[in-house]
Structures are given as structure tokens and as C-alpha cells.
Design a binder for this molecule. Structure first.
Ligand code: MIG
Length: 684
């Protein structure tokens, strides 16, 4: 049961599609105070042992208890233990005070979630309601999964990417020319690895101008996409939020002329500096601006591109008009009076990126009203990605186009996925990648993953192998790294054959992973869950934060420490351990419920099949479209009888609800297989 409580006059965020009536009375679990003007504070007492799950893209463990998270979308490359805000605002969590319940705070600005930080037994949510009110939702249900499903039904169906987007993808900041892109394609395949996509980072553009291509280094983009397509590889360029300010650049001219950008206090287009230098920011809270900006993607789609990643859309600012002025003033003051006080101010003024003073000086126009950006800050990334998503639905209703974003808000999950931003080549970030997955799946951001191998810092081969072994199971499986860091392409590694085989295990598992993903999207469920969501009565399972359930049939326990030869794994029930060195080379072992030390060599992927579980697998091919779905075999751990609902479709159209996409597979203890539909299955 969902109850919505309205406080003041909220700003319409468009997070919720299934509108709820307002409930009578007050929230059941929280007391509500207005201790100071401008803040609405929700407080509840909750034993410190009660877990909190959710908060989407955020640091620390799967259980979020004991820290303060702040909804304030931030281009923040420091993903450390004390980081309060990352790129997305995902204001949803579930907890348990004897009965399980969930909370969703629908508010476009800053919200602080103290989940037992200042006081261990208190949850306190502070919403900065000086300008807008909020909708506060309490959701009750039979268990966490049920609450999540109710929430997801309310916020709408998750985005489903094309099937090829479940293949392995290679990125780098940046592949500098079309020759280099082809080299990556050829060498990856020569190394024996499947590959489905190569990414273009900012340097493909002409002077960082959105929707342009550098005419010298990418002289024939349509030729490049065609050549790649013959190899079964797609090209995915980046789009930045800031549009270069330049007279004569048609898109900017048009944006200025039509008044489509966010404005400054004087009513002119706001200028902030990002990669192109001075840039303008489309006012994507306005539907006509979304339509305008979204339609521009066609320029690249017409050249054979089939997907996009939207970056810098918090929006990130290297500096804005106000932070620049502040620096200038401080410098002047110091030049005039070079004293300590002015020096100190000058030093402080170097905080120029992503400053609140700039966000306060940007204005949106919504229904004819001027809205300061800082009040609706968390909706920007959502709406710039929505602009593309809406354009794709309008122009290509029968085709899926890959789309994911860095910044987001709940609601954006209907239009695209997200990647987890600028992590580092750190062991702790493999764990963080794993621990972020359930919170994101709770909010409907099903298509997600982190930069495999780590974005910043130098990777090592061991780190890359271990991270890839987790990446096998994340819907977005993309290797990406920053300019200046050690190269991470698999063919450059001594362990290339092992990396190739790990990636091939992903392709073997594609029928299952794709099926579980689409079913999760269509049924508003989580493909990736903590053990605590399924084994609610098992206190040990509820305490496990470094293992995950992947769909309904399997569990993973990836290695995230250096120099490990294996790790301890908790099995909440009897399971079958598969240890894959490649799709063809593996061993299987039955393990009873309990804790086990499980050896795992550097080149091995561990997979635990649950009791009576069935996982359909294919023969690994060099790309998704070459994978033969007509000849599937089954991994099966049958003690009694197992049944699996397999979803499959053409991978391109949006005809998800067609019953022909489903087959029902049953396996009995004697190995007999029965299945509906045309497919013939054999046991692996
Ligand atoms: O200021 O486009 O998160 O993936 O490689 C950095 C360059 C801008 C940040 C993205 C990252 C991308 C990088 N971008």
C-alpha cells in the first residue's frame, strides 16, 4: 500500500507516472517538524540494528545505515567512504521497524538523509523546502521485494536497451581517430574476445561541439560505422550537456535565437565553462527545448551511430559567471592589499567548479515562471537524457537505441540507464561497484555498471581480471579509463587470453542475463539483489554485503582484494558451484548450505546455482548478434524439479509484451527436459 503525503506546493518532477491520491492524516512512521523556516524535517526512532537499503548511486555498503547521504547531483570523482553525493538523486529506501516499509521523497532540490549518523537510533530526513514543497511517500508491503515492486509500478517501466548492449564494450578517453577505433576493434577480436561496442569520448567532436565530428580525424563517420557493423560492432559517441558558445555554430545560434538556454539574472543565456570553453545549457525542463535538443541526436544516428552516453549533465561547470567574478574580485583585492585576509579569500575562490553560487545564478523557465536552477538542480541530468529518450520514442518507435547518462533522478530510468561515473582503479571500487547495484536496481536503473578496470589511476592486470569477473554479471559491461592512465584494452595485457575467456563467459550467459533483465523491467522487479531480500529469515544471509543474487537462479561472490587465491562465501542454501576458466573449461561442485572457503584462480569466474535452478546458456560468439539462440543448453542444479521462464526477443523492436517471447523450461531430477515453444534444449 502506497500513501502519499503532500507538504506545501511541490514542483512537478515527473518521477511518478502512476499518480497517487493524497492520503489523509500524517505519515505513520515519521514525525514532521518545521524547526526553521525553509526546512521540513522527518524524524523516526529506529533501532540501530535495523538495516536501510536503497539510496541508489551512493557509497558504502549495501546496508546504508549509519551515514548521511545528500541528494545533490555532483560531478564528484572522489568516491570515498565519506562522499555524501554522487551524480544521481535516488531518494528511495526500505527499512524495517518490525514490519518492512519504504520511503520515497519526491523533491527536485537538496535533501539530507541522516540514516543513523548523528544519532544511531534516529533516522532524519531534511528537505530544503524554502521554495517548493514535496511529496513524501510511505510504502508498506509483505517484504522488501514487494515494496520495491509497488514503488517501481508507480514510477514506471525501466528502459530496455537493444540486446547488443549486453555485450562487451570498450571505451577510453579518447580514441582519437577512426583508424584507432578500427585498431581497437581488430585487436580485440584478434585477442579472441567478443566485442559489441566501441565508444567515442569528447575528442571525436570538432572543438567539443555537440553533434559535430572532427573532419580530419573522423573524416568518414558513416564509413566507419558501416565497417564496424560488418564486424558486429556499434559505435557509441558521448554527448555533453554544455553546448559550445560560438557564433556560426548552427546549434548554438539556434539555441540563442530561440531563447532555449537557461538564463542568467539579466535574462541572457547563462554562460559556464566546460570542455568547449564557454558553453550554454539547454533549458530541458521545457518540453519544446527537449524536443529541439533531442532531435539533434538524429544528426549522428543518420551516420550509423546506434547509441549515446550523456555526460557532464549534473550539469558540471568548470566555472560559471559568479565563481569567475568571485575569483576576479578576490584577485583584485589581494593585488590592492596583499594581506593574509585577502590571500585566504583568493585561495577559497579557487573552488570554481560546480559552485552553488553559479547554480543559484542560473534560471529555468517553467510554465512562464522563472525558477532558480539550484532549487531544481537534481532534475537536469534526468531531463537532458529524457530529451533524447523522448526523441527516440517519437522518431524511432520501433527501434531501441542505447542511451545512458551520468546524472539522473528517479524517472529517468524510463528513458535510459546510467554508468557509475569516475571511479578509480582501486580494489575498493570493485566492491563499491558490486554494492551499488542493488540500490540502483531498486530505483529502476537496471541498465547500469561501473567503468571496469577503473577510470582514474593505473590499473593492473590482476585488478582488471578481477573486475572483469564481476563485470560478467552487470548489465552494462564496459571497460573505460581516463586520459593519462595506463591503457586498459584487453589486447594490451599479458593476460589477454584469460580476459578474453572471461568475456566469453559473459556471452555464454547472455540468454539468461538478457532474460532476467527484461523480466525485471517488465515486472518491476530487481534483477540484482542483496541476499537479504530473498533470505529474509536468515540472519547470516542478511549480513552478507559482498555477494549478490543475479536473477532468480544464481548468486555471485566476486573477488575484490589483491593477491587473493579465493574467498569465503556464504551459501544460504545448498548450491552448485561452477568455476569457469572459459565457457568450455569449467568444473562443477555441489556445496551444502553454510560458509566455505572457495579457491578462485585469477582467470576463474565463480557462479553459484541455486537449488533447482536452471540457467540457459549459449555458445559464446564474437558479438551478440552472432550468438545462436536456437541452440541453447542448460546449466541445471536439479535435486527435485526446476522450472524456468525464458524471455527472448529480436533485441531491436519494442514489442516486449508478445507472449511468443516466452518459453517455459522444466527439468526433473532424472534429467528429462520439457519446454514450450520451438527451442530444443540440452543439458550442458
Ligand atoms: O571532465 O569526457 O565521467 O567517463 O571519459 C571529464 C571525458 C569528462 C567525465 C566522464 C568520463 C569521460 C570524461 N568526462
Amino acid at each position: 500500500m502506497i500513501q502519499k503525503f503532500r507538504f506545501g506546493t511541490p514542483f512537478e518532477t515527473d518521477a511518478v507516472v502512476n499518480k497517487q491520491p493524497e492520503a489523509a492524516g500524517a505519515p505513520k512512521h515519521f514525525s514532521v517538524d518545521n524547526p526553521e523556516d525553509g526546512k521540513t524535517v522527518f524524524t523516526m526512532t529506529l533501532p540501530s540494528t535495523a538495516p536501510v537499503y536503497g539510496m541508489g548511486e551512493s557509497v558504502r555498503g549495501i546496508n546504508k545505515r549509519g551515514f548521511t547521504y545528500v541528494a545533490h547531483n555532483d560531478d564528484n570523482p572522489h568516491h570515498t567512504e565519506t562522499t555524501r553525493s554522487l551524480y544521481g538523486a535516488h531518494n528511495f529506501f526500505v527499512t524495517n521497524d518490525g514490519t518492512p516499509f519504504g520511503v520515497f521523497v519526491d523533491f527536485p532540490g537538496r535533501v539530507e538523509f541522516d540514516l543513523g549518523d548523528r544519532e544511531p537510533d534516529t533516522l532524519q530526513i531534511t528537505v530544503f523546502t524554502d521554495t517548493f514543497g514535496l511529496d513524501f511517500y510511505e510504502i508498506e508491503g509483505t517484504d522488501y521485494k514487494d515494496i520495491v515492486t509497488q514503488f517501481r509500478a508507480m514510477v514506471g517501466q525501466s528502459y530496455i536497451p537493444p540486446k547488443w548492449a549486453f555485450g562487451y564494450q570498450q571505451c577510453r578517453w579518447s580514441y582519437m581517430s577512426q583508424e584507432e577505433v578500427l585498431e581497437v576493434a581488430e585487436k580485440t577480436r584478434e585477442a579472441g574476445a567478443p566485442l559489441d561496442a566501441i565508444y567515442l569520448d569528447i575528442d571525436y567532436m570538432d572543438h567539443y561541439k555537440d553533434f559535430t565530428v572532427n573532419p580530419e580525424t573522423f573524416a568518414d563517420l558513416p564509413g566507419l560505422t558501416a565497417q564496424l557493423k560488418e564486424m558486429g560492432i556499434r559505435l557509441v559517441p558521448i554527448i555533453d550537456a554544455g553546448v559550445k558558445k560560438e557564433t556560426g555554430y548552427d546549434i548554438d545560434d539556434e539555441g540563442v535565437e530561440k531563447g532555449y538556454y537557461v538564463k542568467n539574472a539579466q535574462g541572457q543565456a547563462f554562460t559556464g565553462a566546460v570542455w568547449p570553453g564557454e558553453a550554454h545549457f539547454p533549458d530541458v525542463l521545457r518540453p519544446e527545448v527537449r524536443e529541439w535538443f533531442g532531435d539533434k541526436y538524429k544528426i549522428l544516428l543518420d551516420q550509423g551511430v546506434e547509441g549515446f552516453w550523456n555526460d557532464m549533465n549534473e550539469p558540471a561547470l568548470f566555472h560559471g559567471e559568479e565563481s569567475w567574478k568571485r575569483m576576479e574580485q578576490a584577485r583584485k583585492a589581494y593585488e590592492e592589499t596583499p594581506d593574509y585576509d585577502h590571500l585566504w579569500k583568493l585561495r577559497d575562490s579557487f573552488g570554481m567548479s560546480n559552485q552553488e553560487i553559479d547554480y543559484k545564478a542560473m534560471y529555468h523557465e517553467v510554465d512562464g515562471k522563472r525558477i532558480p536552477h539550484d532549487k531544481v538542480h537534481n532534475l537536469y541530468g534526468y531531463n537532458i537524457t529524457r530529451a533524447a529518450g523522448e526523441a527516440f520514442q517519437r522518431r524511432y518507435p520501433d527501434k531501441r537505441i542505447l542511451l545512458f547518462s551520468r546524472s539522473s533522478y528517479v524517472g529517468m530510468h524510463r528513458y535510459g540507464g546510467i554508468w557509475q561515473g569516475d571511479n578509480n582503479s582501486w580494489w575498493s571500487h570493485i566492491l563499491l561497484n558490486m554494492q551499488m547495484m542493488p540500490g540502483l536496481h531498486m530505483c529502476g536503473f537496471l541498465y547500469t555498471g561501473a567503468d571496469i578496470g577503473g577510470f582514474g589511476q593505473d590499473t593492473t592486470e590482476e585488478l582488471l581480471l578481477r573486475w572483469m569477473e564481476l563485470g560478467v554479471f552487470t548489465p552494462l559491461m564496459r571497460n573505460h579509463s581516463a586520459i593519462g592512465s595506463r591503457r586498459q584494452e584487453i589486447y594490451r595485457q599479458k593476460y589477454a587470453p584469460d580476459l578474453a575467456n572471461i568475456i566469453r563467459v559473459r556471452y555464454m550467459l547472455l540468454p539468461y542475463l538478457y532474460s532476467e533483465f527484461v523480466k525485471a523491467a517488465l515486472n518491476n522487479t530487481m534483477m540484482i539483489r542483496p541476499l537479504a531480500f530473498d533470505f529474509t529469515d536468515d540472519p547470516i544471509a542478511c549480513d552478507v554485503q559482498d555477494q549478490l543474487l543475479i536473477g532468480d537462479e544464481m548468486m555471485i561472490a566476486p573477488i575484490y582484494t589483491p593477491n587473493a587465491r579465493g574467498r569465503a562465501v556464504y551459501l544460504p542454501e545448498d548450491m552448485q558451484l561452477y568455476r569457469f576458466r572459459s565457457p568450455e573449461d569449467y568444473d562443477v561442485e555441489s556445496l551444502p548450505k553454510g560458509t566455505h572457503y572457495v579457491p578462485c584462480a585469477l582467470n576463474e569466474v565463480l557462479l553459484f546455482l541455486r537449488s533447482n535452478a536452471i540457467v540457459p546458456v549459449a555458445q559464446a560468439a564474437d558479438c551478440v548478434s552472432h550468438t545462436d539462440y536456437s541452440k541453447l543448453s542448460l546449466l541445471a542444479n536439479i535435486t527435485d524439479r526446476g522450472s524456468y521462464t525464458l524471455y527472448d526477443d529480436d533485441g531491436f523492436t519494442r514489442d516486449y509484451t508478445n507472449p511468443a517471447h516466452y518459453s517455459q523450461i522444466t527439468v526433473t531430477a532424472d534429467g528429462a527436459i520439457t519446454a514450450t515453444g520451438e527451442k530444443k534444449f540440452t543439458l550442458a
